[in-house]
Design a protein around this ligand. Structure first.
Ligand code: SF4
Ligand code: MSK
Length: 644
């Protein structure tokens, strides 16, 4: 067993280090400790060569050529690795598709008057209806919303053709390529079921075919998951605009009842915020100064973007919010919720409240959340938190003092709006000019997670700073945004980290928004909001009449932990965008699979770079990763005839 890391070695964040110290002093185990106990990693699992698809197994292939080279059924390392990779993509894609389906159903029920939400962004609803070729003439807002919701739900059941959201949001050039390769998805559920089937024992055994199936899943993830979710969430809850909030464990408030919302789907968290405001007097009557909602993971991102709610923690340090001793309730829905929060909560007074019938944690309180009864559920949750304040042990409360101020809310619409102040007719032109003349060298979407096995924030912050100083414009989402915010990169002051080119553009844009500068990292939202950088790329490519794969743009996911990051990455690769991961994607057991994903476009063999114009870059060293990303940006600039 590897030795336990010191707190200074698990996170860059001093508050996380201190809180981990408190947890250890009090004998409370967290993910950082369990990560140490789980080291070293199993070499078979790490290489992706362990198969347990059927009861003939488990089978494992020695990657060094020694020992058996095929499983009992005859599957070799290439097939096993490709199937395992595809199974990760299924996990990610299914999670995003289900997120989207739940939001689409909530929109339908809202339009029918059966769920207590309202259409907040009517303009976006009508733009979506137009994009889907729906007639709006003579229809009420709710009738249009119902038509849009039904079109969305059709993407889970249509028997043939191409998904509505692929035709609507996809770039024509990309869609044509996918159709020519037979990769354009028909409907999310069909493609996910097909992938499960082809990856099962005794089914698809051609590794290249399996990887192409993975590309199909990436497209489903992007359009049937990310775009669909973002679009309909914006319709229901509003399209984000620039907003200021605070980051770090210090956002907890000793004088208030603290409720953390954690997970992903804003149907629940938006209602919790609404009811926290309504029941503030009840909290005051309990002897506090009111209710303080804080965000964890992507529920946090969703509320930050639309409500300005502050963020307590990214994924890897989620248990430490409880260790503060000041958290009355942690309300969770789905994805990225560590089962370990319940064990930690049992050492303090925090009540863990699960809300979905299909996502429970043993020992936690369950309040069933259905959009139709959202108000009743949210009210009950907030009342439970208020009641639980009486159980707080005030001697055991430790809230770090400082917070970091950050700006978020940079939807594609908000960025376009700021740009339009420079050129009303062609808002994207200033960005295009800056890209063309090299003031902006390229664009990077910094996305993904934090991972308890990695030193928290180091990869995310280092890659971002390295790219910024080389004049790359950084967009960000997910828990990566938490790392960047805590380290001052979502604040106008952080612009000092940028090269002169990007700095001048951010300052100019900042002036249009009444700020000394835009922050060097533009926070575009949650995991599903990776649709937002994609929207911006599509708009740029359309304006330039080039393919998205031609734009000098990269994605980077330095500290990922979740298969969802792999499916998002595959979505970007399917458009020809290079994607860096800093954590082993577990494919090294097959040189064929590794080469197909990471090889170059000039290679004779099939590679994603040759087929789509983008590839996977695995590089754990963040400085080297940034260098590799810059190389690819410069390569694309050269192909466009731009200076490097
Ligand atoms: Fe072994 Fe083949 Fe079964 Fe996998 S599918 S466990 S390789 S027999
Ligand atoms: S929550 S998937 S740790 S970004 Fe979206 Fe954060 Fe990654 Fe979960």
């Amino acid at each position: 067993m590897a030795k336990t890391r010191n707190p200074v070695d698990v996170s860059m964040d001093v508050q996380v280090q201190d809180m981990l110290g408190k947890a250890r002093e009090q004998g409370v185990e967290t993910a950082f400790d369990r990560a140490d106990q789980m080291s070293p990693r199993c070499p078979f699992g790490s290489a992706g060569v362990c198969c347990r698809l059927c009861l003939e197994g488990p089978c494992r292939i020695q990657p060094n050529g020694k020992g058996p080279q095929r499983g009992v059924c005859g599957a070799n390392a290439d097939t096993i690795v490709a199937r395992n990779f595809m199974n990760s993509l299924i996990q990610g894609t299914a999670a995003h598709a289900e997120h989207a389906r739940e939001v689409a159903l909530a929109l339908l029920h809202t339009a029918e008057g059966k769920a207590p939400y309202h259409i907040k962004d009517v303009g976006k609803l009508y733009r979506i209806a137009e994009g889907l070729n729906l007639s709006v003439e003579g229809k009420s807002v709710n009738e249009v919303a119902k038509d849009v919701a039904l079109k969305a739900l059709e993407d889970f059941q249509r028997p043939e053709g191409t998904m509505n959201w692929v035709s609507f949001r996809g770039q024509e050039k990309s869609v044509a390529k996918w159709q020519s390769l037979g990769l354009a998805p028909v409907n999310s559920h069909l493609e996910i079921a097909k992938a499960v089937t082809r990856g099962a024992m005794g089914s698809d055994a051609d590794p290249i075919n399996l990887l192409l199936g993975g590309i199909n899943l990436g497209i489903v993830d992007g359009y049937g998951g990310l775009h669909l979710s973002t679009d309909l969430q914006d319709v229901l809850f509003g399209t984000p605009q620039a907003v200021k909030a605070n980051y770090s464990l210090g956002v907890l408030d000793e004088n208030k009842i603290n409720i953390a919302v954690h997970g992903h789907i804003p149907l629940l968290s938006e209602k919790v915020v609404e009811w926290a405001r309504k029941l503030d007097d009840q909290a005051k009557a309990a002897g506090t100064e009111g209710i303080n909602i804080v965000g964890v993971c992507c529920s946090g991102n969703e509320l930050l973007m639309r409500q300005g709610v502050s963020i307590a923690s990214s994924f890897s340090s989620q248990e430490l919010v409880i260790v503060s001793g000041a958290l009355e309730a942690m309300v969770v829905d789905i994805q990225c919720i560590m089962p370990g929060i319940q064990q930690v909560a049992e050492c303090y007074h925090t009540e863990i409240i699960t809300t979905l019938g299909h996502v429970k944690i043993a020992g936690a309180t369950h309040v069933d959340f259905e959009p139709e009864h959202a108000d009743e559920a949210a009210k009950e949750i907030v009342e439970k938190a208020i009641k639980n304040y009486a159980n707080r042990d005030h001697q055991n409360v430790s809230i770090p003092k400082d917070t970091v101020e950050a700006y978020a809310g940079f939807s594609a619409e908000q960025i376009t709006d700021v740009l339009s102040k420079l050129n009303e007719e062609k808002p994207l032109q200033p960005l295009i000019d800056a890209l063309k003349n090299g003031t902006i060298r390229g664009i990077a979407a910094m996305v993904g997670c934090t991972n308890p096995r990695e030193k928290q924030d180091v990869g995310n912050v280092t890659v971002a700073k390295e790219l910024m100083k080389k004049d790359v414009l950084v967009l960000t989402t997910g828990c990566t945004a938490h790392s960047l915010a805590k380290n001052g990169l979502m604040n106008p002051d952080g612009v000092k980290e940028c090269g002169e080119g990007v700095k001048s553009v951010l300052k100019l844009l900042g002036e249009q928004a009444g700020l000394p500068s835009l922050p060097p990292a533009l926070h575009m939202g949650s995991c599903v909001d990776n649709s937002r950088p994609a929207d911006l790329l599509k708009a740029l490519a359309d304006e330039l009449d080039i393919a998205i794969s031609d734009i000098p743009v990269v994605g980077s996911c330095p500290e990922t932990h979740n298969p969802k990051a792999l499916s998002i990455g595959t979505y970007f690769i399917s458009h020809g965008v290079d994607v860096h991961v800093g954590v082993d994607p577990q494919v090294s057991g097959s040189s064929l699979v590794t080469h197909t994903l990471t090889g170059n476009r000039g290679d004779e063999e099939v590679t994603t770079d040759r087929l789509f114009g983008g590839k996977l870059i695995y590089e754990p060293d963040p400085v080297l990763a940034a260098e590799k990303l810059i190389e690819r940006i410069d390569m694309k600039r050269k192909l466009l005839g731009l200076s490097t």
